[in-house]
Design a protein around this ligand. Structure first.
Ligand SMILES: CC(C)(COP(=O)(O)OP(=O)(O)OC[C@H]1O[C@@H](n2cnc3c(N)ncnc32)[C@H](O)[C@@H]1OP(=O)(O)O)[C@@H](O)C(=O)NCCC(=O)NCCS
Length: 187
């Protein structure tokens, strides 16, 4: 199986549909229909104005034409004690429940972390659940304990993340302490 990389700025609607179907199957939610998730994917690249090598993109793995694994790469500027940093966010990482435990999850996340290894981004920053935390630890990420806010939100002191665990990649090296402003909504 080969990883396909899709530039979010040129995501065809039918491709967004295939990915939205996988995401909706992994996280069933009557309020987040396939149409809604498809639109969210199509919106990902819409307002991006940064360099091409940091552009938002989607990684997919396909089996017999069906999308079975997906990860979204989101470039994000964040405000930290070190000043503004551009980090790479990870979103909607998922593997079809029938295809788990074969290394596909690791395969789909690695290209994002490789961009950090190559210096395209300084860090990856993302949220996850306590159940999935060990999966990311195996890939070289670690939990961080900063407070997160979004200064643009109605409540600028509330955390913009909804999962309990916030992680960064790589686990080694320095990381800014104190509050971090996501300068936008959680992902
Ligand atoms: C998390 C998820 C993407 C992992 O995908 P996967 O294809 O099953 O994972 P892999 O087979 O690539 O696992 C890679 C390694 O992580 C380990 N691992 C995977 N899930 C794990 C878990 N929940 N806890 C502990 N270890 C885990 C595997 O055992 C494997 O270890 P190994 O390298 O020593 O063999 C998949 O379970 C999933 O889609 N879950 C539901 C959606 C979700 O929660 N996504 C994460 C959002 S942040």
């Amino acid at each position: 199986m080969e990883i396909e990389t899709i530039d979010a700025r040129q995501l065809p609607p039918e491709e967004a549909r295939n990915i939205a179907e996988l995401i909706a199957g992994v996280w069933p939610d009557p309020e987040k229909t396939i149409d809604f998730r498809q639109q969210r994917l199509l919106d990902m690249g819409r307002n991006y104005r940064g360099p091409d090598n940091q552009a938002p993109r989607l990684f997919v793995l396909r089996k017999q034409g069906q999308v079975v694994a997906h990860a979204a790469l989101l470039p994000r500027k964040i405000g930290t004690a070190w000043g503004d940093l551009t980090v790479v966010g990870l979103a909607s990482v998922c593997v079809d429940s029938r295809e788990r435990g074969q290394g596909l999850g690791a395969m789909i996340v690695r290209p994002v972390f490789e961009l950090v290894d190559q210096g395209v981004f300084g860090f990856s920053l993302f949220q996850t659940s306590p159940e999935v935390q060990p999966f990311y630890e195996k890939l070289g990420a670690c939990v961080i304990e900063n407070t997160f806010v979004n200064s643009f939100a109605d409540d600028p002191h509330a955390t913009p993340f909804w999962n309990k665990v916030i992680m960064r990649y790589p686990a080694d090296g320095e990381w800014p302490v104190g509050e971090i402003d996501l300068l936008g909504p959680g992902y």
